[in-house]
Design a protein around this ligand. Structure first.
Ligand SMILES: Nc1ncnc2c1ncn2[C@@H]1O[C@H](COP(=O)(O)OP(=O)(O)OP(=O)(O)O)[C@@H](O)[C@H]1O
Ligand SMILES: [Mg+2]
Length: 231
């Protein structure tokens, strides 16, 4: 790359608005919001409950379409329709830690993590090794074969974190990944997320209610009235 040439952000949201029908009217959750996540940075978003943080992550992750505006992954604009077709690309680009985990109930912890690697078409042996080692890192080495129903809320959250990291994504979008965890587990999960992203040069976008964790980020934002303000 030559001097003065700017590297493309991993993710970019341009003029994103999102409305939901609400009673007889509309609820404006995001209003002409702009955001970009540069390669290798750690960004945090705080904001009041119901403010639209999860909605924003879903839109950035290509799981939900904005009412208007455009999301870019690298230089590619996401289509307005047919987001389901992005599954393979998403699996190789973005790791998501959902607020309510979305683990597959019929699968074990290990199989849940492995499934994400299979969606990204990773070679099986390598995927198995990585899934197991990530689960060990989050302290679930003895619970590999437990289904989510046999795990505590915090343990499920740690499975979700391992799953988000399994494909070495360019960006991890984590929605309150420490929301159900005690102080010790929270610290461990944050270290794993931050440490793994840093080691891989991946960007981390963290939604959190914790000021302390938000302050670890290089860029901190607050979502207020549908827009991001510098914290
Ligand atoms: N599918 C939907 N249909 C209608 N309203 C929705 C839908 N999804 C979200 N909303 C509304 O949009 C607003 C933003 O929701 P969102 O889940 O993004 O907030 P949040 O900032 O993540 O909140 P929290 O901190 O509690 O997780 C809320 O008022 C919510 O009720
Ligand atoms: Mg939320």
């Amino acid at each position: 790359m030559g001097m003065g040439e700017k590297k493309l952000p991993i993710l970019r949201a341009e003029d994103i608005s999102k409305e939901f029908p609400s009673g007889t009217g509309r609820l404006e959750v995001l209003r002409a919001l702009n955001f970009s996540l540069e390669a290798g940075v750690f960004a945090s978003i705080r904001g009041e409950s119901g403010g639209g943080k999860t909605t924003l992550l879903n839109i950035l992750g290509g799981l939900e379409a904005p009412t208007s505006g455009t999301v870019y992954w690298g230089d590619g604009a996401l289509p307005k329709q047919g987001l389901a077709r992005l599954a393979l690309k998403r699996a190789g680009t973005i790791g998501m830690v959902f607020q309510n985990f979305y683990l597959v109930p019929e699968l074990s912890a290990f199989e849940n993590v492995l499934l994400a690697a299979r969606v990204a078409r990773r070679p099986l042996m390598e995927a198995r090794e990585r899934a197991e080692s990530l689960l060990r890192e989050v302290g679930l080495g003895e619970r590999l074969h437990s289904p989510p129903a046999h795990l505590s809320g915090g343990e499920r959250q740690r499975v979700a974190v391992a799953r988000a990291l399994v494909n070495r994504p360019a960006a991890v979008l984590a929605d309150e990944p420490t929301g159900n965890l005690d102080e010790v587990s929270s610290g461990a999960v944050m270290e794993l997320l931050q440490g793994t992203c840093e080691a891989q040069g991946a960007s981390l976008l963290l939604v959190t209610h914790s000021r302390a964790f938000a302050a670890l980020a290089t860029h901190s934002w607050v979502l207020r009235a549908g827009r991001l303000e510098t914290a």
